[in-house]
Design a protein around this ligand. Structure first.
Ligand SMILES: [Zn+2]
Length: 232
């Protein structure tokens, strides 16, 4: 089914030259970043990775970054309208001015965020060209996948296999993430974000993709989907 859906989107976009913008949703570790990088590298998508942009603002100590820090320290998301004005609007405008399709990853955190984003797309007259891609994976497979990511304690290179030592510097490898933190992030997703994601099909076009594959095969899977659609 997903082949058909994706085929239709990419076929139409090639045929009519219409840019299809994407909003990525799904649990942490489901592969949103992998899909975003793939679309960015392969199809020139402009990637608006909200988490990365927020972290960059915090790191650089911008006015917005300092504001973000106060919310994060209280465990709250940045309020929808503030995040929309400071983060989404300038990025979307810059994508559109370059005539590039964009991906928004990590914005829909609440009903307010959903409404702010969809209202903005409506105002910009682009809601019809926005697809929500919802990535699905079970908690079990996400935890397995995330825990299989290892990092060299010496040179900090990332690996995905459970090798015993780094092939660059020979340093020992350790799990990159703490399992407890992943479990917490997943339960937070199920409690707060999943109910919002469930409301999306009534409001816009949603495509669901099951991403229960090892990380290394995932990109291959997306490529296969695009090959089936005749784009590649
Ligand atoms: Zn190393």
């Amino acid at each position: 089914m997903r082949y058909i859906f994706l085929s239709v989107i990419f076929f139409c976009s090639v045929l009519f030259g219409v840019q299809q913008h994407i909003v990525l949703v799904g649990p942490p570790g489901a592969g949103k970043g992998t899909l975003a990088s793939f679309l960015q590298e392969r199809y020139g998508y402009y990637n608006i990775a909200c988490g990365d942009i927020l972290r960059e603002h915090v790191k650089n100590g911008t006015e917005f970054g300092n504001l973000v820090k106060t919310y994060i320290s209280q465990g709250d998301p940045v309020p929808a309208q503030i995040a929309l004005d400071a983060l989404i609007k300038p990025e979307v405008e810059s994508a559109l001015s370059m005539n590039k399709p964009f991906i928004v990853d990590g914005f829909i955190l609440s009903v307010e965020h959903r409404d702010a984003l969809l209202d903005y797309f409506k105002q910009q007259n682009i809601l019809d060209t926005v697809y929500i891609i919802q990535l699905d994976a079970s908690d079990e497979s996400i935890i397995d996948r995330v825990m299989s990511r290892v990092v060299c304690t010496t040179c900090h290179k990332n690996f995905t296999q459970q090798d015993r030592s780094c092939d660059i510097c020979g340093g020992p490898l350790v799990a990159r993430d703490d399992q407890k933190i992943i479990v917490q992030r997943l339960s937070k997703y199920h409690a707060n974000i999943e109910p919002v994601v469930a409301t999306l099909p009534a409001l816009c076009k949603v495509i669901r993709i099951d991403t229960e594959l090892p990380l290394a095969q995932l990109e291959q899977e997306y490529q296969t989907i695009l090959l089936h659609s005749g784009v590649l």
